[in-house]
Design a protein around this ligand. Sequence first.
Ligand code: ADP
Ligand code: ASP
Ligand code: MG
Length: 436
Amino acid sequence: MKVLKFGGTSVGSAERMKNVADLIQNGDAKIVVLSAMSGTTNKLVQLAEALYQNKNDDANAQIDALHDNYKQVVESLYITSEKKKQANELLTHHFDFIRAFTQDLFTIHEERAILAQGELLSTALFQFFLEEQGIPSVLLSALNFMKIDENEEPDAAYIAKNIKTELEKYPESKLFITQGYICRNAFGEIDNLKRGGSDYSASLIGAAVDASEIQIWTDIDGMHNNDPRIVKNTYPIAELSFDEAAELAYFGAKILHPSSVLPAKQKNIPVRLLNTMQPEAKGTIIQSERSGGGIKAVAAKDDITAIKIKSGRMLLAYGFLRSVFEVFERFKTPIDMITTSEVAVSITIDNSKYLSEIVAELETFGQVEVDEDQTIICIVGDFIADRSGSGLKIFEALKDIPLRMISYGGSKNNISLLINKSDKVEALTKLNEGIF
Ligand code: ADP
Ligand code: ASP
Ligand code: MG
């Protein structure tokens, strides 16, 4: 069994959906995970914002506009009037459901139900298309097996058990379609795996069914060595190890959801990144084999907050770092980077929800400084194989950019630097010229 995930652009129009149908028809057993059509989730987010602000006229106009877009998709996707009718009834059903939220109190629960509509729509429309084409397939609802627990972490055992139950209902079927991104939470409510979460769905499903391969089909020919949205002359990387890919995804390479590598790594399932617009391109293969040394790629993660704690008490004290870490643990705030000296420790976080509470507690240990709008630049590769020289190349390239923190040696795959967000474009550009 293979798992194939198609992202928003890959299912972004009737034409693209037809293209996906062509790509999945080789007779192998597969589960096809679809995102919402591109732009839909953003529009649903905007809609939720309008509803939170009680801007109901605005919200109704947005709903009508989105409904109209989908009616056009239906018009160009199907041939027969029966399928068009059936698909339009489906749209009416979903958009009436969305419209109902303009009548009532709007809370996080309603928001999550709205955000789920994009994937519910794309998969249902695609399934209708396969039916019309006479391609046998089964639409599975991710809401019947995809689940997060009370810590918002996927419940792998539940997912494995329930997806197997679903698959066993159709022993004759080889092609399954399901939604990315959406899930149920610990209370059984509709929830999601956060923006970009369809990649995560695909790897969780891959791990749950012990897939032979997970394919992430998107709008670019694999993981590039640098952010192609920011830097010119980037190129695809043929091979990455799980750890290298995980670092890049976590530190900002948007092509993969930050958590999506781990489930594949745990089950040692290769992940292939492929381009729907250019299916013959080699793409990137992510697997456990060593994939050669040297610097491979650079990524950047924005909206980082740096916190420095200066304390006389740290001098020769043991237990100090533990006390500091416990503060972050109490506020469920993960730490990304850490550097220490004898008198101070600097830490970065990307979730500043509890920043003021964290700072208040840290101030009991010493003087605290906070810098917002920071960016982590993460340089990924195999720095053991390429033991000397990498550091020099990196620092030479960045010689004109102030570096706030440097982290090296935590893993053999990563050198991380903290800079001001305003220096990001220059840093990525200089690194592209200097290290590749
Ligand atoms: P999808 O909708 O298929 O999930 P995404 O937009 O989430 O697609 O991810 C693909 C995009 O990621 C590319 O179009 C590209 O602009 C962006 N991207 C950022 N960094 C990288 C990188 N290092 N390599 C490839 N793509 C990247
Ligand atoms: N549709 C969701 C989003 O736009 C999930 C995804 O595309 O991966 O974030
Ligand atoms: Mg994505």
